[in-house]
Design a protein around this ligand. Structure first.
Ligand SMILES: Nc1nc2c(c(=O)[nH]1)N[C@H]1C(S)=C(S)[C@@H](COP(=O)(O)O)O[C@H]1N2
Ligand SMILES: [Mo]
Length: 404
């Protein structure tokens, strides 16, 4: 294992400047300015992006437009945060419109003092802020078989990273007083399907959050406005949105989304249930499926890595189909459970290259190859695919799935 002999950034810049040339450079500089004397657009109360920016979520067609998934355009993302407007969405019964002045969170069941709290009351409690990934347990389900998802958005886009603010659930549970015998918390949403999940009490007393904030403002309606549960490092489905009830019980509910869905059917016909943990995963976002390199020359490979177990320790990259691996450079700070961006200088020499990344987290867990994952889990399951993703960079610069 060795570090790649870096293509120096100064060299890349020199190539660019030489290609443009002095006269053209001056011309472009003037063109970039507004027409002299004419004012730009006025100030606005709520910001929007440049009209030249086109990145959007992609959504799979469903019979009812209210249900389904929309995918974050990972190929267009830079840095490590997902703008709220591009956060992936997964709704089972549409996005309810909830007036925060009328919404309440009820905490009941095996507790000493049942409570009904308004959103304002919750926002007054001691809060915490934490940057972390949310990933659907069904992310990358396309990858269990030869992938037909043409790009990183459709194959890996049910994951996003936000800054979340909320009240530790442990604090609310201390307030109501958990009775002996309680071992589960049943979280229920206020959407039309009243989606519910059973959360083990240990997690609820650990790092679970009742969140009201996302990226510095209130949660977006699609993300659960005005309140959602967040279970750090766990499959997105457990992070119940539009949270309105937490009931303490002595057993799980065996709800639809923890039995017939979000359980993992193994090769022997038995299903694993309550597989909450999201394992280490990474993917190269540039170059990735659907993109085209304009020609041979220096490039920077980049992508994202994350793990439900904690920090990303290392990301390794192959550009020869898995024969050799080099360490990518990791962007600091590497926050536990958050996106870590990795980068590697790379020279495309005009010959076909098969590229992939693999993440190693602080627990020592290594992201498996798809073959190694399938050898254990079979292909009955749709959930929890975290295998490596190989892209083929063809001699003409086009990038596809390896199967493509
Ligand atoms: N009430 C409610 N909570 C929910 C859902 C839902 O449909 N209803 N979808 C779940 C699923 S499957 C996922 S992956 C995440 C998606 O969160 P997001 O839409 O904010 O990305 O929310 C979870 N919480
Ligand atoms: Mo999900």
């Amino acid at each position: 294992m060795k570090h790649a002999a870096g293509t120096s950034r100064r060299h890349i810049l020199r190539v660019g400047a030489a290609a443009i040339g002095g006269g053209l450079l001056a011309e472009q500089k003037t063109r970039a300015l507004e027409t002299p004397g004419r004012l730009g657009a006025p100030l606005g109360p709520y910001g929007d992006r440049s009209p030249f920016e086109k990145a959007v979520r992609w959504r799979r067609e469903t019979r009812t437009p209210e249900t389904g998934s929309s995918f974050t355009p990972l190929q267009d993302s830079v840095g490590t945060l997902t703008p709220s407007s591009l956060h992936y969405e997964r709704h089972h019964a549409g996005i309810p419109t909830i007036d925060p002045a009328r919404h309440r969170l009820v905490i009941h069941g095996l507790v000493d003092r049942p409570l009904s709290l308004s959103v304002a009351e919750i926002r007054r409690l001691p809060s915490v802020t934490r940057i972390m990934v949310l990933e659907c347990g069904g992310n990358s389900s396309s990858e269990w078989a030869a992938s037909t998802a043409p790009d990183v958005q459709r194959s890996f886009g049910l994951v996003s990273c936000s800054e979340w603010t909320g009240v530790p659930l442990s604090l609310l549970l201390a307030e109501v007083g958990v009775r002996p015998g309680a071992s589960w918390v049943i979280a229920e949403g206020a959407d039309a399907c009243r989606m519910e999940r059973s959360i083990p009490l240990a997690k609820a007393l650990g790092d679970s959050l009742v969140a009201y904030g996302q990226n510095g403002e209130a949660l977006r309606p699609a993300q659960g406005y005005p309140l959602r549960l967040l279970n750090p490092g766990w499959e997105g489905n457990t992070s119940v949105k539009w949270l309105h009830s937490l009931k303490l019980t002595d057993q799980p509910y065996m709800a639809r989304d923890e039995t017939s869905k979000y359980s993992d059917l193994m090769p022997d016909g038995k299903a694993r249930i309550f597989t909450y943990q999201m394992e280490a995963k990474s993917v190269i976002t540039f170059p990735s499926g659907g993109q085209t390199l304009p020609g041979p020359g220096p490039y920077e490979l980049t992508g994202l890595a994350w793990s439900g177990r904690g920090r990303i320790e290392r990301v390794e990259i192959t550009t020869d189909g898995g024969k050799s691996w080099v360490h990518a450079k990791l962007q600091e700070p590497r926050l536990p459970l958050a996106f870590t961006r990795f980068r590697l200088p790379w020279r495309f020499d005009g010959h076909e290259a098969v590229i992939a990344s693999r993440a190693i987290d602080e627990s020592g867990y290594i992201q498996p190859s798809p073959e190694a994952l399938i050898a254990v889990r079979g292909t009955n399951s749709v959930y929890h695919f975290n295998g490596m993703k190989f892209w083929r960079v063809r001699a003409d610069g086009t990038v596809t799935n390896v199967e493509g």
